[in-house]
Design a protein around this ligand. Structure first.
Ligand code: ADP
Ligand code: MG
Length: 254
């Protein structure tokens, strides 16, 4: 079996009395694309947020590239890492949000160069060359000097993807990257994500786009009520789901 790039073991997470993750085990091999499907409120975003320590787990563990995220182990206890270590780990993990979350006061190019400059302290000429390559890759070379508010939602999301790639992350997490887009803009964003999948980037993608899952995923995971109900190849989960809850969900989104 190839090495795990992302591994969650028995992850539990509650908000007050609401148990949102109820023992999640997930393993994503290097270079693989995992698509997570599931109804609203099932814990998909929370799961992604534990992977880069935007949420702390209550128990269980998360590791990326063989390193515990946000914690250090001592015997069977987990101690939280200092903030600067958590920030260092986050540079290994790209995150693309539903609502783009671009810096509104920075140009497209500056959005892409900000993190490698400030978090990684890479030289300006190197980072500028990187931004040029990445904007070309997402088809936005001509928008380098525009501000986000001048762009369509699809263009903004492609900038967000270029920005995530700028840190040369080990894994990229996508949280419903096309849910906020007008239908005619969904395709251009999914095409960029497909291109990344083809280049061997490790990705976890939360989406309701079943066609995308079928085409791009190595593994499809179905989540409900804080648990992984079913996992398998797209053919297994989408065409021959074993669980009633998966069938019910698919009958609503397909
Ligand atoms: P999904 O992404 O599958 O829609 P979420 O992970 O966003 O689900 O949320 C799962 C549940 O946890 C929901 O009931 C949501 O309201 C709740 N939740 C998420 N984040 C918080 C938070 N920071 N505080 C309290 N409840 C939260
Ligand atoms: Mg969500």
């Amino acid at each position: 079996m190839s090495a795990a790039m992302v591994e969650l073991r028995s992850v539990h997470k509650s908000f007050g009395s609401l148990e949102v993750l109820r023992g999640v085990d997930l393993r994503v091999a290097a270079g693989e694309v995992t698509v997570i499907l599931g109804p609203s409120g099932s814990g998909k975003s929370t799961l992604l947020r534990t992977v880069n320590h935007l949420e702390k787990v209550d128990s269980g563990s998360v590791s990326v590239d063989g390193e515990l995220v946000g914690y250090r182990r001592s015997g069977d206890k987990l101690y939280e890492l200092p903030e600067r270590e958590i920030l260092r780990q986050r540079t290994k993990i790209g995150f693309v949000f539903q609502n783009f979350n671009l810096f509104p006061h920075l140009t497209v190019r500056q959005n892409v160069t900000e993190a490698p400059r400030s978090a990684q302290r890479r030289p300006k000429t190197e980072v500028d060359a990187l931004a040029t390559r990445l904007l070309e890759r997402v088809g936005l070379s001509d928008k380098a000097h525009s501000y986000p508010r001048k762009l369509s939602g699809g263009q903004q999301q492609r900038v967000a993807i270029a920005r995530a790639l700028a840190l040369e992350p080990k894994v990229i997490l996508f949280d419903e990257p096309t849910s906020a887009l007008d239908p005619e803009l969904v395709g251009e964003v999914l095409d960029v994500v497909k291109g990344l999948a083809g280049s061997g980037t490790t990705m976890i993608v939360v989406t309701h786009e079943v066609g995308f899952a079928r085409e791009v995923a190595d593994t499809v995971v179905f989540m409900d009520e804080g648990r992984i109900v079913e996992r398998g190849t797209p053919a297994e989960v989408l065409d021959a789901p074993r669980h009633e809850r998966t069938r019910l969900f698919l009958s609503k989104v397909l």
